[in-house]
Design a protein. Structure first.
Length: 182
């Protein structure tokens, strides 16, 4: 019995140590300029999001080394779209997001729980060019409530969350949500 407990303790210790904090994913130099790595919360203790509350600030880093923050986008309407490469509804709405990015709205696609290397082939396959950011540990996705994919969070020009949509967005539904953002 004591041998069983010793083995169980060793295995448990090994599993717990291997599930510790992850270091940022190294960013390859050959990434397309719109793909970024390591979505990071500015405040790791940020509370879960809510409509009519400020969006928790996040940052991401591009292959050329420059970083961008959600807070730097104030003055623009922003849609955070949480997605994954295996999610068929996510795939179907990507061209719609790509078509409106830069037309008085900024789209930031945050890939939930996958490594950076899956994003470039996905973007090439679907021919999308808006900002795509990896969130391999899922911390940002978790704070933003993206349990089901796709999830889209609509942020107004002041940085406040005005709507949260769970599920695929048609072009008409996306346009309707955007019209609600001042």
């Amino acid at each position: 019995m004591w041998r069983f407990l010793l083995v169980l303790t060793i295995i448990s210790t090994w599993l717990l140590s291997s599930c510790g904090a992850t270091s940022p994913t190294p960013i390859p130099n050959d990434l397309p300029k719109f793909i970024a790595s390591n979505a990071t919360l500015s405040d790791p203790k940020a509370p879960a999001i809510a409509v009519d509350q400020p969006a928790p600030d996040i940052s991401w880093t591009y292959a050329d080394g420059h970083s961008e923050k959600l807070s730097s986008l104030q003055g623009q309407r922003v849609v955070l779209n949480f997605w994954a490469t295996w999610c068929e509804p996510c795939r179907s709405e990507m061209p719609t997001f790509d078509a409106i990015d830069g037309h008085d709205v900024r789209i930031i696609g945050i890939n939930k729980g996958q490594q950076l290397d899956v994003i470039p082939p996905f973007a090439k396959e679907l021919n999308v060019h808006f900002t795509l950011v990896s969130d391999p540990d899922g911390n940002v996705s978790s704070v933003y409530g993206a349990r089901n994919l796709p999830t889209s969070v609509f942020i107004d020009r002041t940085g406040k969350i005005v709507a949260i949509h769970i599920g695929v967005l048609s072009a008409a539904a996306l346009q309707l949500q955007l019209e609600r953002i001042p």
